[in-house]
Structure formats: structure tokens, C-alpha cells
Design a protein. Structure first.
Ligand SMILES: Nc1nc2c(c(=O)[nH]1)N[C@H]1C(S)=C(S)[C@@H](COP(=O)(O)O)O[C@H]1N2
Ligand SMILES: [Mo]
Length: 555
């Protein structure tokens, strides 16, 4: 039976218990076995949530032996049953051949100098579908993390599947990859910008398909690997440095005793739409986000303000003070992700800052900060620190390089040589922006009754609400106001949702092409600049000029 059939059979069995669509299964199989990327670059990211329990029905019998091997671990580590040494009797493969090999026919992995066809072993892998992440790749980083593999039995078992040697030049040190092994499963529909750390946009057409973005389609922006945390043992420390230093620790249960806090907020990366600035003016540094680094959710937890007041923060003397948020994720030098906002902003009830445990009615997914995240609505999303470990009230801003060396505002003449980050204002709010999401640039659209219908989002930071979205079909000569506006009920000053809009654009008979410009106006009557020229900046942040696309017309 082919590998695909074995898998499909197992999946079909599982389908009786878990509700999976046929298309999800199909996509998953293609993606899991179809990848042929570079040896060092391609596992762990491309899975749908489909197969969490994929093989659990067939592994019951083998779990016992896995446990046994685990107990023997120490004893066996002394012995030197070596796997992956060179076997001159076997053929040699390049890493590229292994990774491009069709894993749907037979499933290959490497370990040190060894190449293995482990197809026959797949259904009885005690770790279930985890092994699928290693298709065409080395299993070493996985085994470094899941140490129960390092036993005589497992080495011997692996060697029984040996088919060849990995070319000497392709044997690499995988120790730096361990930290990526436990990354969460991600929806295949996300548009991946970088795999490690994982950064991905919500596809444009799916942004406007839902008012609140389904959690699995919410854009993802990571600076580091996703930390593994547990809600029952998680604690957040509130430290107040004001003359003396006081500190209090809260479990999630402790937090739940505060009044419930909730806010509907779109989160937008300060670098959203950076690619347009980059293309239309000159290069900027940063992830080349198109318009998909914004998504919407309802966040629930408790209000930060209540917790700060409970901890005795002086609500009157706020000037010059800051609230530093620190996450559990750490960089290569051991520094935790951290940034800060002014204390004034944190204490203002209009800010509606939530210490969130839930996102759209579900526990926060690992990618979005499980089990606790601060949501600072209306601010660049970088201030909404995930995996929140501590909150520090201080006379200083966060000292981290993410706060000191990024997310600051510069004029268009500043270069990397002349920009002074220390004196540049940190970005704590967001300007008005909009984008056309459906159609996307280059699409062919069908005219119905002389009309082309277009849809998009508009958003403004700082609690402002979108009042109007205008579309020009003729490079700014005339403007058509979007008719349908879907938005949150909250009033301006407290309005943190985005607005989804629909506009109907009349087209002439025989017209072949349509250029469309979009701009929004917010409740402060601020509107977008026409071009990116004057707002260009080295980091490509706050890239909010008119969104301009061109589509072909089918009558
Ligand atoms: N702990 C932590 N919090 C973080 C980040 C991070 O890397 N680590 N990235 C920030 C940035 S730059 C953005 S744009 C948002 C992205 O949130 P999302 O992944 O839930 O969309 O998270 C912010 N909070
Ligand atoms: Mo961001």
C-alpha cells in the first residue's frame, strides 16, 4: 500500500472523530509530502492543524515500548550503538536529492551521514504525525528536543531502514535548529514571508471575508521562536519602580478575579503595506508586508488599568513614566522581547488595554501569545506583547533593542547613517490607512450591470473611527464614496476595530482596464497622503499612502 493510502486510511478513520473537511485533508497531504525545499529550511511550519491525533489509534501498542526505552535512557546513552556512520557499501545522496525526493511514494529522512527510508515505520511512530515534519530532512534537531529517541533500540531500528549515505559536504550541524522544532502548526492559507521566525500575512481576499478574522488566519509576526507556556503554571509579575520597588505576582486565576475586560481591536503591524513604499519610492529595511499585516479580533481578559491601580500605581503623577511589557520569548543573546508605552496611555480608560487570555471566544493560540498577551488597541501591534511575563512601571522606556532601535519615526531624508534612534519619537499610535482587498492588483474582474464591486478594509489608530472611504477610478479626478461600511459600535476615542467596506464602480462599455485608488478619512478628519514619497522612511513604517491597483475588466 502506498504511503498516501496508508495516510488517507488513517485520516479517514480519524475523520469519524475529528471534523475535517475533505479539502483540508487533501491540502495537508500535498503540503506535507510535496515540499522539496532546502535541507536546512523547511520543516515545522507548513502543517495545518489536521493531524494532531493522526496516528494515535495505531500507536497504543508501541507506546509501552517507547516508555520502556525512555526508562533505559541513561543506561543506553553510555553504550555506543552509533547510527548515521558512513556505510561504504551503500550509495551516496546529495541533501538536495533527499529533500526533493517524492515523499509521497516513500518517506526519507537523514541522520548524520545516514539516509533512511522510514515509510514502513510511519504508522507505528509513537510520536504520531510529528515525524512528518522531518520529510526529506534531518531528524537530528527533532531528536535533540525529543531525547527519548537517543537509545540503543531506536538507533538500531533507524539503521534497519538505512538506504544510503548523505554526501560528506551536506552533513551539517543541526544544533541551532532545535529551537524551531516545537513551532505550532499553521494554516496553509497564510502567506508566509519568513519561515524562521514565522511571519505570515492574512491573504487579502480572506481579510474581507470575515469581520473578525478567524484565529487561524490572523497574521503572525514573530521575532523569535514561539515559547512553550502553560496556563496553569503561568504567572505575570507586576513591578512598580517609583521611588521604591514593589512587585506582585498573578496567576491567570488571580487575574480572572478582576472585572472582565473586552475590546474589539484590529492589530496592525507598523510595517503593514511596507512593500508599496519599498517599490514605489526606494528600498526600505524590513519584512516586505503587503496589506495583510492587519487582522481583527475580539480580545477578552481584564483591563490593564484595573491591575495597575490594584498594584498601587499613582494615577495622578504619570508624566514621564512608562509601562514596560516583557514576553517569554528570548533572542540568541538571552534577551526577552520587550517594549513599553507611556503610563498615561496605559491608565487612560479610553485606551481599553486588555490583558487578554482569549481571542474571538477561544483561548489565545500559541502564535498569538498563549496564555496571556497585552492588547494595546490603536497602537502599532508591536506594543501588544505576547506571552506576557512581566509588567513594569518605570521612569524609563523599555531598554530593549526592539524598543530603542525600531518602531520610531523619521523623515524621508534620514538615512541609516544619520538617523538618531535615541531622540526619534517611538510610535505609540497609528495613522489612517486603507487597502483594496478584493480584487487584488492584476486580477481580472467581471462587470455586472455596468458595475465592478470592490471590497477592502480601512483603519485608524488611537481610538479613531473611519468615517468615509473614497475610491477614484480615474487617478484622482473623481471620487466614489464606498456605500457599505461594516464597523464596530464603539464611539470614537474608544474605537479600535477596522472598517470593512464595499464600493460600486461604474465602468464604460468596452473599457478594458481599471485603475483604482483608495483612501480613507477618520473621525479626526485625517486622511491618507497621495503618495509614499514624502512619508518614506528607512524602516518603511507607517506606510499609509493611497492604495493603488490596476485590474483587467471582463464584460
Ligand atoms: N512577545 C512578543 N510579542 C510580540 C512580538 C514578538 O515577537 N514577541 N511581535 C510584535 C509585533 S511586531 C507584532 S506586529 C504583533 C503581531 O501579533 P500577531 O502575531 O498576533 O499578529 O505582536 C507583537 N508582540
Ligand atoms: Mo509589527
Amino acid at each position: 500500500m502506498s504511503l498516501k493510502n496508508i495516510l488517507l486510511r488513517t485520516i479517514n478513520q480519524k475523520n469519524k472523530f475529528i471534523n475535517l473537511s475533505a479539502s483540508a485533508v487533501k491540502v495537508s497531504n500535498q503540503e506535507q509530502y510535496g515540499h522539496g525545499g532546502q535541507q536546512k529550511k523547511n520543516y515545522g511550519y507548513n502543517r495545518r492543524t489536521m493531524a494532531t491525533a493522526l496516528f494515535s489509534s495505531v500507536v497504543v501498542g508501541t507506546m509501552a515500548s517507547a516508555e520502556k526505552s525512555d526508562k533505559n535512557k541513561n543506561k543506553n546513552e553510555d553504550k555506543t550503538v552509533e547510527a548515521g556512520t558512513i556505510r561504504p557499501d551503500l550509495p551516496t545522496f546529495r541533501a538536495e536529492e533527499v529533500s526533493k525526493h517524492d515523499n509521497e511514494k516513500s518517506f526519507w529522512v537523514t541522520y548524520k551521514n545516514g539516509v533512511y527510508d522510514v515509510t514502513a515505520f510511519l504508522p507505528s511512530h509513537p510520536g504520531g504525525d510529528q515525524i512528518l515534519n522531518a520529510g526529506g530532512l534531518s531528524i537530528e534537531p527533532f531528536w535533540n528536543v525529543y531525547g527519548m529517541h537517543k537509545t540503543e533500540e531506536v538507533y538500531a531500528l533507524l539503521e534497519s531502514y538505512r538506504i544510503g549515505n548523505l554526501h560528506e559536504d551536506d552533513v551539517v550541524d543541526h544544533s541551532d535548529e532545535e529551537m524551531w522544532v516545537k513551532e505550532p502548526s499553521r494554516d496553509r492559507r497564510l502567506v508566509v514571508k519568513t519561515a524562521r521566525p514565522f511571519n505570515a500575512e492574512t491573504p487579502a481576499k480572506l481579510q474581507v471575508a470575515y469581520f473578525d478574522t478567524p484565529n487561524e488566519l490572523f497574521y503572525v509576526r514573530q521575532h523569535m521562536p514561539v515559547p512553550e507556556l502553560d496556563q496553569s503554571s503561568h504567572r505575570v509579575k507586576v513591578i512598580v519602580k517609583d521611588g521604591g520597588v514593589t512587585s506582585k505576582e498573578f496567576s491567570l486565576q488571580d487575574l480572572s478575579r478582576f472585572p472582565k475586560g473586552t475590546v474589539r481591536a484590529a492589530l496592525m503591524c507598523a510595517g503593514n503595506r511596507r512593500s508599496e513604499m519599498n517599490e514605489q519610492v526606494k528600498p526600505v529595511k524590513g519584512i516586505s508586508w503587503q496589506g495583510g499585516a492587519i487582522s481583527s479580533a475580539v480580545w477578552e481578559g481584564v483591563y490593564l488599568r484595573d491591575v495597575l491601580v490594584h498594584c498601587g500605581v499613582d494615577t495622578h503623577n504619570t508624566a514621564g513614566k512608562h509601562v514596560i511589557f516583557t514576553g517569554a520569548d528570548i533572542d540568541a543573546t538571552g534577551q526577552n522581547f520587550s517594549t513599553s508605552i507611556p503610563l498615561d496611555q496605559a491608565l487612560n480608560p479610553n485606551s481599553r488595554i486588555v490583558l487578554a487570555t482569549s481571542m474571538n471566544g477561544r483561548p489565545l493560540p500559541p502564535d498569538h501569545g498563549y496564555p496571556l498577551r497585552v492588547v494595546v488597541p490603536g497602537a502599532p501591534a508591536v506594543r501588544s506583547v505576547k506571552w506576557l511575563e512581566s509588567i513594569t512601571v518605570s521612569h524609563e522606556e523599555s531598554p530593549s533593542h526592539w524598543h530603542q532601535k525600531d518602531y520610531r519615526s523619521f523623515n524621508a531624508s534620514k538615512t541609516w547613517e544619520t538617523a538618531d534612534f535615541a531622540s526619534a519619537p517611538p510610535i505609540y499610535s497609528l495613522p489612517v490607512t486603507s487597502a483594496i482587498c478584493d480584487p487584488v492588483n492584476g486580477d481580472t474582474v467581471t462587470v455586472k450591470n455596468g458595475i465592478v464591486e470592490i471590497r477592502g478594509y480601512a483603519y485608524s489608530g488611537g481610538g479613531a473611527k473611519i468615517l468615509r472611504v473614497d475610491i477614484s477610478p480615474d487617478c484622482g479626478n473623481t471620487w466614489i464614496q464606498a456605500e457599505e461600511m461594516q464597523s464596530d459600535d464603539a464611539p470614537p476615542q474608544q474605537h479600535y476595530g477596522w472598517t470593512l467596506w464595499t464600493a460600486r464602480i461604474p465602468v464604460k462599455r468596452g473599457q478594458k482596464e481599471l485603475k483604482l485608488w483608495a483612501k480613507a478619512t477618520d473621525s479626526n478628519f485625517n486622511t491618507q497622503p497621495e503618495t509614499f514619497h514624502d512619508i518614506w522612511n528607512i524602516r518603511g513604517v507607517l506606510s499609509n499612502a493611497y492604495h493603488k491597483i490596476k485590474v483587467q475588466i471582463k464584460h
